[in-house]
Design a protein around this ligand. Structure first.
Ligand code: NAD
Ligand code: AKB
Length: 334
């Protein structure tokens, strides 16, 4: 075992168990929908159970493998699903995001904290492997905003951020105390064209592409100089699967990896779209989400992810914009 692996755990590590039967919670969401598709390609359609709550899944998601309905706060039903499908690995994507969470902090607490606790307890009892995502929302206004370090101040001001910090700590506790192999990334804002985002602060960076194609203009809810770390969905899916496939003995960190890909201001994002749609105009009317964005990093130091499991992103802003516009034009013409 690598001498850097933490040795303060009381249980034995569930070392390098193979991923064979997967449950994806939040599979109808922005990331979960594309993650399920890729996991089904890699591990076999019948081996990846997609879980939704209320939102109607796409025909593709519904017909490409098993699909179950369950509320993440219902541990009894989760137990039944995990046992019925003999699940050994859970990608836990069900959550309430920052903007919806600030409108309803009680809901964010219930879903994000109780949901994660249920997943970790089920993993402890059945020796499952877990992916539990964190976010740049774990940081707060006192955190250094440029090249935000891996180890730094974690004092978020949103309920969403509070649940992400608590979630990271809880995941590390289950690793150290019970040997549960739980891994996670602090995702930046994720940009994609297949499934709309579910109510976060970074949603403007997706909406702008739709509106540029549909109407040639967009009113952005953060100001032009707002700069945040972002990532294109193919890199997000790659990072998620790579961290889960990394040898356990290579990992010093577990649930809290910074992962970067690109950083740009809202003005730079609009300018990159203008390269392809010259008539596109963007105006700015900041709302409550501005304060949330202002409390998050501009860029992150992801050297731990690069060193421990070989993280290298593929997409920068121009490459992402070209691909987004190409695919969205096809989608919106259908
Ligand atoms: P999303 O909002 O698109 O999807 C979340 C899914 O969770 C939804 O389909 C929703 O129906 C489901 N859900 C909500 N409450 C539930 C409940 N009580 N029981 C079961 N399911 C429930 O979110 P996403 O963008 O796909 O995010 C997935 C994970 O990645 C989350 O943990 C999120 O915090 C994290 N993350 C996302 C981003 C991003 O930009 N998308 C960035 C950082 C972190
Ligand atoms: C949000 O804006 O809430 C998410 C995130 C960065 O966690 N996209």
């Amino acid at each position: 075992m690598n001498e850097n692996v933490r040795t303060d755990r009381m249980g034995d590590y569930m070392s390098d168990r193979k991923i064979e039967k997967i449950l994806v919670t939040g599979s109808v969401g922005q990331i979960g929908s594309e993650l399920t598709e890729e996991l089904r390609n890699r591990y076999g359609s019948d081996n990846v159970v997609a879980m939704g709550r209320r939102t109607k899944p796409s025909e593709e998601l519904l017909n490409s493998g098993p699909f179950v309905w369950c509320d993440i706060t219902d541990r009894d039903k989760l137990n039944i699903i995990v046992d019925e499908y003999e699940v050994d690995t859970i990608f836990h994507m069900a959550a309430i995001l920052s903007a919806v969470g600030e409108k309803n902090p009680q809901l964010a607490y219930r879903v994000n904290m109780n949901g994660l606790y249920n997943i970790l307890e089920i993993a402890r009892e059945r020796e499952l492997r877990i992916f539990g995502p964190s976010s740049i929302a774990a940081f707060g206004p006192e955190t250094p905003r440029d090249n935000t370090p891996q180890e730094t101040v974690l004092r978020p001001r949103t309920m969403y951020g509070v649940t992400k910090v608590a979630g990271e700590l809880l995941c590390d506790y289950y690793f150290n105390r019970f040997g549960v192999d739980v891994r996670g990334l602090r995702y930046p804002g994720i940009i994609s064209y297949k499934t709309l985002p579910g109510g976060g602060t970074t949603d403007y960076a997706v909406a702008i592409y739709y509106e540029a194609i549909k109407h040639g203009r967009y009113t952005c809810f953060v100001g032009p100089e707002t700069m945040l770390p972002m990532m294109y969905m193919p890199d997000c899916i790659k990072a998620t699967i790579d961290i889960m496939e990394a040898p356990l003995e290579n990992l010093v960190h577990h649930s809290d990896f910074n992962v970067g890909a690109m950083s740009f201001s809202a003005r730079e994002l609009a300018a990159s779209i203008k390269e392809f749609i010259p008539e596109f105009e963007c105006s700015y009317e900041p709302d409550f989400r501005q304060a949330i964005a202002d409390s998050w990093p501009k860029s992150v130091d992801d050297s731990a992810a690069r060193n421990e499991w070989g993280w290298v992103p593929q997409y920068d802003l121009p490459a992402m914009t070209e691909d987004m516009l190409y695919n969205l034009r096809i989608k919106l013409a259908e």
